[in-house]
Design a binder for this molecule. Structure first.
Ligand code: UD1
Length: 347
């Protein structure tokens, strides 16, 4: 198939390009080489068009004869402050809207969309007394006292996490999350209008070689990895019991390959995760062990707005896409301890 791949020069997009080409697909690669991701004045890699997807005229000829669009281009991270809002809305939402309109004009009817677990917001929780509940927001008093678990909004009991499934409500809590939820909504509206079909892949915590180095937009794996490289021990916030699902970038590429080949009708969303949740303490410990670097430091600090636990079920993707992650995060993180990172983006 002929696949238009946006964000093809990025950490995830570049691995998808390799996976698609290895499987025999023809890849039309585009990237706008955002300075925040690639550094100032970075050139696109060979075989990659320098295109901002908001530029209709540039997009139009590239969509000719394309069977599927695999849309990875996005401003990522959580957003530093409110000044980032136009950037998220512009690149992620207006960009997706232009892409969908141009796909419609070109009669290209299939989209694979990079979404994120951040669309769920808090994750899923059970109360030992009241069953599944929406957690009450964590109070400053609890956090300052080292009580990091959410409490039941009915009786105040401490909650336990459960795996999130795809029909959980979307409750975005950051600029990035808002932009990802809006992308899904634009894509769903496009499907409802009869324009085509969409597979939205909700990535969990992606890690792997060539992950961008520690920046204000980096996830925790890159931060720990950078700390270790500069001789510091990883600094674990809260009590380290926060649960996440770390999925290797090559598994994310495999999920995209499966979605491109699946030919599903309508709008379908899938968790893309390893199915093997780990705590942040385990992540730090695994990286320290691999580098022979002693123990992580548990600081007890917390960041306002952080999610306590977010872990998901991989079953729907296994059943409908035939995708199961191959790399156990415990093995993948040990390898990641020495993997190359992309150079700092702000220098
Ligand atoms: C992160 C991203 C999110 C992205 C998602 C999936 C950020 C801020 N969030 O969400 O946008 O969609 O991954 O890839 O980039 N922590 C430490 N020490 C540190 C930094 C963080 O212990 O130095 C802890 C945090 O308190 C948190 C956990 O690690 O509990 C995960 O943090 P992080 O990777 O930043 O955010 P996620 O919520 O997982």
């Amino acid at each position: 198939m002929r696949v238009l791949l946006t964000g093809a020069a990025g950490f995830i997009g570049s691995r998808i390009a390799v996976a698609l080409r290895s499987a025999g697909h023809e890849v039309v690669a585009v990237d706008t080489m955002l300075p925040a991701a690639h550094g100032p004045a970075a050139e696109p890699p060979p075989q990659c068009h320098l295109v901002d997807i908001r530029d209709r005229d540039a997009l139009k000829p590239l969509l000719e004869g394309v069977d599927v669009v695999c849309h990875q281009a996005a401003v990522v991270g959580a957003g530093v402050d409110a000044a980032d809002a136009p950037s998220y809305a512009g690149h992620n939402d207006f960009g997706t809207a232009v892409l969908l309109a141009e796909m419609y004009a070109a009669r290209c009817t299939r989209l694979v969309l990079a979404s994120s677990m951040v669309v769920y917001g808090q994750g899923g929780y059970d109360c030992p007394e009241h069953g599944p509940v929406d957690p009450a927001a964590r109070t400053r008093a609890d956090l300052d006292a080292g009580v990091f678990e959410h409490r039941c909004p009915i009786g105040g009991e401490r909650l336990r996490w459960h795996l999130v499934v795809e029909d959980a409500p979307l409750r975005p809590r950051s600029l990035y999350a808002a932009s990802k939820a809006a992308q899904e909504h634009f894509a769903l509206a496009w499907v409802e209008s009869g324009a085509g079909s969409v597979v939205a892949l909700r990535y969990h915590n992606v890690y792997g070689p060539n992950m961008p180095r520690d920046t204000p937009y980096s996830g925790v794996a890159a931060i720990f990895r950078s700390q270790l490289e500069s001789g510091q021990r990883p600094r674990v916030f809260e009590d380290g019991g926060q649960m996440r699902d770390f999925v290797h970038v090559d598994d994310v590429a495999a999920a995209n390959l499966a979605a491109v080949g699946a030919g599903l009708d309508g709008f379908n969303a899938f968790n893309v995760c390893s199915g093997r949740p780990v705590s942040i303490m385990e992540v730090a410990t695994r990286l320290c062990e691999a580098r022979g670097a002693g123990e992580p430091v548990v600081t007890g600090q917390y960041r306002s707005g952080d999610v306590r636990h977010i872990v998901a079920s991989p079953e729907h993707a296994a059943q409908a896409l035939g995708f199961r992650a191959a790399i156990d995060p415990r093995d993948g993180l040990a390898e990641f301890a020495f993997a190359p990172l992309r150079q700092p983006s702000h220098t």
